[in-house]
Design a protein around this ligand. Structure first.
Ligand code: NAI
Length: 337
């Protein structure tokens, strides 16, 4: 039986990975540029499976429309699944699969790239030199060696971030309900969140977005951070209350900020908006600050990661469509109603 897969929010770099991954005659992919929303969900009518990305809407009305149209599988081509209404998915009996691990190195390396770029102000230095400005005023950074770096979440990505920081001879501390013994063997100590806030010169968020981690960096957390610390978020935007962090930047409590994810990124990221007025004052204010560095959710974007994402997604879809159980199914708990 031919499996029809409709893929939302696709870009040329997604499509080429999937086209080369489709060896099977049993799958036919329709690539759509549009995001999945209640308004566009009808485009997936009759599709066995729908492939979605980080900013696609998988709320109750969308899942209900998908099931009504005959869709049995939602294949996320990302690791996080915070954009899925899991209670509704369970109620409707629709299967959610994801790509839990495609290249933790890609995200960890980008996290480190952000830290080093922001610290040594490579982005500003590059622009200056291109403009014939060889002055160094305002470009003073700090040695990473000897600084305390706190990794919040030492799963697949955080563990690599912690190792990279250890190699830079940082004093690495970590926060995670589950300790990683390879890190403790290296001398990484696990501390509670408050201690990490108080001690860290560099704080990197590498945990998933859940009800418990939503706005974990809020005004209170900003107030408890070590003055002048660098904050890096490559996890999910809503781990941070951006307005609170903006206030922290203004007061100097937050020394610098690097983001690859942003709470309101759904309205901005993945599109060329260079000819538009950005209608988000918080984001626009952040962009005026010399000590803020933002990339548009690109930490995953390596050739290796794209190949792995395409391969695993197709395998996930074919397994579930054939009535099997994918090891990458999101645990929904309970039985469908
Ligand atoms: P993972 O599931 O392997 O690890 C997450 C870790 O966070 C686990 O060890 C868990 O125990 C820990 N954790 C959960 N709640 C915590 C809390 N309150 N405090 C501290 N630690 C906590 O996930 P992985 O693969 O390392 O990815 C982490 C996150 O990175 C994903 O959930 C996703 O949101 C984000 N991500 C971002 C990408 C990007 O392009 N910017 C790409 C891929 C993932």
């Amino acid at each position: 039986m031919m499996v029809r897969l409709v893929m939302f929010s696709t870009k040329p770099y997604d499509r080429s990975g999937f086209v080369s991954a489709v060896e099977s005659e049993a799958i036919e992919i329709e690539f759509l540029e549009t995001r999945l929303t209640p308004h566009t969900v009808s485009l997936a009518a009759d599709a066995t499976a729908v492939c979605a990305f980080v900013n696609d809407d998988l709320s109750e009305p969308v899942l209900e429309a998908l099931v009504a149209g005959g869709t049995r599988v939602v294949a996320l081509r990302c690791a996080g699944f915070n954009n899925v209404d899991l209670d509704t998915a369970r109620r409707l009996g629709i299967t959610i699969v994801r790509v839990p691990s495609y290249s933790p190195n890609a995200v960890a390396e980008h996290t480190l790239a952000l830290m080093l770029t922001l610290n040594r102000q490579i982005h500003r230095a590059h622009n200056r030199v291109r403009d014939g400005n060889f002055a160094l005023d305002g470009l003073v950074g700090f040695d990473m060696a000897g600084k305390t770096a706190a990794v919040i979440g030492t799963g697949q990505i955080g563990v690599i971030v912690a190792r990279l920081l250890w190699h830079l001879r940082c004093d690495v501390i970590a926060v995670d309900p589950f300790e990683n013994e390879h890190l403790t063997e290296l001398g990484v100590s696990y501390v509670d969140f408050d201690e990490a806030l108080a001690r860290a010169d560099i704080l990197t968020l590498n945990c998933p977005l859940t009800a418990a981690t939503h706005h974990m960096i809020d005004a209170s957390a900003v107030g408890r951070m070590r003055r002048g610390a660098m904050l890096v978020n490559t996890g999910r935007g809503a781990l941070i209350d951006t307005v609170a962090v903006l206030d922290g930047l203004k007061s100097g409590r937050v020394g610098s900020l690097a983001l690859d994810v942003y709470e309101e990124e759904g309205e901005l990221f993945f599109e060329d908006r260079s000819a538009e007025i950005i209608d988000d004052d918080v984001f626009a204010r952040l962009m005026t600050m010399p000590n803020v560095l933002i990339t548009a959710h690109q930490a995953f974007l390596t050739r290796e990661a794209l190949t792995a994402i395409a391969g695993t997604t197709i395998e996930n879809v074919l397994t579930v469509a054939a009535g099997g159980v994918s090891p990458n199914q999101v645990e929904l708990g309970g039985q469908p109603a």
